[in-house]
Design a binder for this molecule. Structure first.
Ligand SMILES: [Zn+2]
Length: 413
């Protein structure tokens, strides 16, 4: 048996599209924007299909545009689960509004046909390079409705209920691969439900039902909310501030505050173990929630948790990567998936805390899927790499932007 693990980060703008190949199991995590799917994922998935492969899991971590838009395009194009046009999928993990609990909240009645929700398109995050990426807001375009219509095996590991873990849950993907589900918790899903319910109350005066319409409204409403939260939380700083010439020293500042977005908090997060290697994927999760979950399975002396690969939460945003959480996880490879646009991810604070918290004893490698122009030049400086004992991996693209910016492949053997 080969112990090889291949991780591919696809050009997903400011979002995520990650394919992990364990030789036996093939897992896709999120699918970026529509153009991520059309230009990059589709040809790769077709190639894998032609080689006789199937996706054992397609995990859509949460409902934000930069993770879900390409997923909608993919499932829609793939069509019937029994007769897929791109690649077979054994199971989809995705929490839609159907998986939230509203039982104690149905104090009103939604008898009338709900009015069309007007969605502020200005709130939708898109990659400015690809204007076709904006998903249509018409009825029936949501991921949930496409999964349902095409009869995909949806959350079957959880008997069709929500993908959730109040206590971290071990799931054997096969005899050799163990996945430990860390989140979301029921509480995180309840936060999402509260947000949704408050919104419904203001827009409709009736009962929540299972129409496509509600899937759409849910996904779109949450995206609008999250963008507002994010604008508040981000430092919105594009350029590196380095007064002393040491960007690490200058950015290892005090932590400000935690991201509070219910959508990010609902991210599906998990640790995968295979052939003695550990890979931790945190979606856009909230740091105190990840820390709480880790503390349920590890005692103090077992920290920092040592992993081979960490998909850094929320593209390296400082509000999702507290110095406390960073201290608890030590990785050989830190994956930063973002083109740096919109929110200037990854934030320099996050990278600085990683280097400061773990000292120089072990080499850390920062993996970036986008070059990001000059923005990360300081991070690539030889003197700084020597001083803080880190390396960098960049996409295969030259100074003129020729090559494949946005794509990077990591092979662990
Ligand atoms: Zn994201």
């Amino acid at each position: 048996m080969s112990n090889k693990i291949t991780i591919e980060l696809f050009p997903a703008g400011n979002g995520d599209a990650i394919l992990i190949d364990f030789g036996t199991e093939l897992i896709l995590i999120d699918a970026g924007f529509v153009s991520t799917y059309k230009k990059h994922l589709k040809p790769r998935l077709k190639e894998l299909h032609n080689a006789g492969r199937r996706l054992s899991k397609f995990i859509v971590t949460h409902i934000d545009n930069d993770h879900i838009s390409g997923a909608i395009a993919f499932i829609k194009a793939n069509g019937d689960a029994e007769n897929p046009s791109v690649i077979g999928i054994d199971e989809v993990w995705f929490n839609s509004y159907r998986h939230l609990k509203f039982d104690d909240k149905e104090d009103g009645t939604f008898n009338d046909t709900p009015p069309k929700i007007s969605i502020n398109e200005g709130n939708i995050s898109i990659d400015p390079d690809h204007d076709e990426q904006l998903v249509s807001h018409n009825q029936g375009t949501s991921l949930g409705s496409h999964i349902l219509k095409n009869k995909y095996a949806w959350n079957i590991t959880f008997k069709g209920a929500a993908v959730k873990a109040d206590k971290p849950k071990e799931i054997n993907l096969n005899a050799d691969i163990k996945l430990t589900l860390l989140g979301p918790t029921q509480k995180a899903l309840d936060n999402l439900a509260d947000d949704w319910y408050d919104y419904l109350k203001t827009v409709f005066h009736g009962k929540i039902n299972e129409d496509d319409f509600f899937d759409d409204a849910f996904e779109k409403m949450m995206e609008g909310r999250r963008q507002a939260d994010l604008l508040e939380a981000t430092t919105n700083r594009e350029e590196l501030v380095s007064s002393t010439g040491d960007w690490v020293e200058d950015n290892a500042v005090d932590w400000k505050k935690e991201d509070r977005s219910p959508t990010n908090g609902s991210s599906i997060t998990f640790l995968i173990e295979f052939a003695g290697k550990k890979l931790l994927f945190l979606g856009d999760a909230i740091p105190s929630q990840v820390e709480d979950q880790l503390k349920k399975v590890l005692v103090d002396s077992e920290f920092p948790l040592h992993v081979d690969v960490l998909k850094v939460a929320h593209h390296g945003a400082w509000s999702n990567n507290s110095p406390y959480l960073i201290e608890r996880i030590r990785a050989n490879y830190y994956l930063f998936s973002s083109n740096g646009r919109s929110h200037h991810h990854p934030h320099f604070e996050t990278m600085a805390w990683i280097l400061k918290k773990h000292g120089t004893v072990s080499t850390k490698t920062f993996v970036f899927n986008y070059k990001q122009g000059d923005r990360l030049l300081e991070v690539n400086k030889f003197q700084m790499k020597q001083k803080y004992n880190y390396k960098t991996i960049w996409p295969d693209v030259n100074e003129f932007g020729i090559g494949r910016d946005g794509y990077v492949k990591l092979i662990l053997e």
